[in-house]
Ligand binder design. Sequence first.
Ligand code: WT7
Length: 637
Amino acid sequence: MTPKSIKSTTADTNLFHPPKSIVRKANIKDYDKTYERSITDREGFWADEAKKLKWYKKWKTVLDDTNKPFYKWFTGGKINIVDNAIDRHLATHRRNKLAMIWEGEPGDVKTMSYHALNREVSKFANVLKSMGVRKGEIVTIYMPQIPELPIAMLACAKIGAMHSVVYGGFSTEALAGRIADANSRVLVTADGGWRRGKITDLKSIANEAMDRSPTIEVCITVKRTEHEVHMENDRDFWYHDLMSLPIASPKCETEVMDAEDPLFILFTSGTTGKPKGLVHTHGGYSVYTSTTHRYVFDIKDEDRWWCAADPGWITGHSYLVYGPLINGATIMLYEGAPNHPYPNRWWNMIEKYGITILYTSPTAIRGLMRFGDQWPQRHDISSLRLLGSVGEPINPEAWRWYHEVIGDGKCPIMDTWWQTETGGFMIAPLPITPLKPGSATKPFFGVEVGVVDENGKEVAAGEEGKLVIKAPWPGMARTIFGDPDRYVDTYWKEYEKQGWYKAGDSARIDEDGYVWVIGRIDDVIKVSGYRLGTAEVESALVSHPMVSEAAAIALPHEVKGNAIHTYVILKAGEKGDKKLEEELKKHVSDEMGPIAKPEAVHFLESLPKTRSGKIMRRVLKARAMGVDEGDLSTLED
Ligand code: WT7
């Protein structure tokens, strides 16, 4: 290892000033004045940004807050996100610009111009129509990271159907639950995908999930890996077969939608019970994702943008697909593992395609950092001009490595704080912002944040409290699909009087107004940046015939940030041993997906509970970490 990664000895609170070359060319030259205006004239600010998009009909009202907290944006306006992400580029020089560069894990490559993307999306939109897909219906998409995934999303949006993308790393139970919640009639999947040289057998998982899903009538399968899969008569169709039929015409009208018409639902884990399907819209979401992407990542026509997140998560929806395409960028999509076949895979692709901006997560950075500086140093990655981070707070070592070794000390790192619920960046620097490693810096335009105590009182500078958002923004989720009460309860109840949104994170704001997000304060665990509910892991464990009760907590992990540790009470007469521990780990992985696989399963006789029967996870955590257990007055036993 070269000592490059330890060259910088800067303390984590030191300021990193962006290079002059970046500041001089930045899309936005000033933060304070624009921020001030975005707050004092919120609607004027967002109206100006909305005007940069194409509307079939202009909105009447920018913000309708007559039914709080069910805010509406750009009401009366008519728009379709696909008209902005594809159609309008076709009349410009962008028609023949690359919209997408894709590399499969085995090394196959596909590129697509905006012209070609439009053809593929239109053809598949017509296929969906021929299957009877209608405006407002929800199509479930369960796919590896192949071009057909964004194509399927865009095809749904084009004809006014909603998509519900289920991350391809999830398993049967998670997929079946999401299909049921969305009432999906149509599932789009693939025979498999490539990951670490192996096939992930998506179609078999999809088949099992469909066996539990009475609503499914049609399944369209992309042939990717070409291994043998089971196809059912009358239900299963090959994507390529349908795309070669006359019905798959490359001409398809983009549906005119109301600004507030739903675009997609995306499930995310919460504190209790089932994952919630958050609803995002055509209008506000288009404005918010494109504006944040344009300013924070300073996007230029000549950029090659790589958001290395899976399209199955909100990061992929907002910043792999929609925001960048609206901004007419060239997007990069890669199918497989970052270290396959060697840990230089990403750096090789950055060099090969001349990627200019890389947006990824601290866990991915830590994972690649582990292999040493020699892997990136084998490549000329000097095309990079900006870097980004998302998913969890970035630790100073990872920040410095990313900055020095990947960014050669010259690429500012945009640490973006946001959530599935927020649709887009909420706290993030601009390329002109002096950076403090580990802080997402300041609120984006139009976003008002606070750090408060239980009573909603602002805490002093530097003190920890709960992160709240004090005013609505266009990219906000509109509701939880099918459960508006839960939407109100989860996010708006706690600070009902003030009308604030509760983020579920703790944070502090320093004397310079920089926000430092610390982590979740609810029973949500971030593992490798992925969000999981303790309740989901626990119910997966309890679904095993030998388990009576279970608790899951997060403990620090060097690469993943957090790892899941579980505590299990077995049914009477059962004995916990190493073999059962492995079996239970596998059981959770089979039910939910490999990301939820516990690091450890401990067998206990009893769990610490409150008198009302709630598991006190913080007590388990304190014990595991060997720290003070805190206030035990509510402990039952
Ligand atoms: C939670 C939201 C938003 C895309 C990916 C995650 C944590 C996210 C940061 C950051 C510190 C962060 C928070 C948040 N988080 N970005 N830059 N610094 N923490 O979306 O799965 O909805 O998770 O991720 O805890 O609440 P998500």
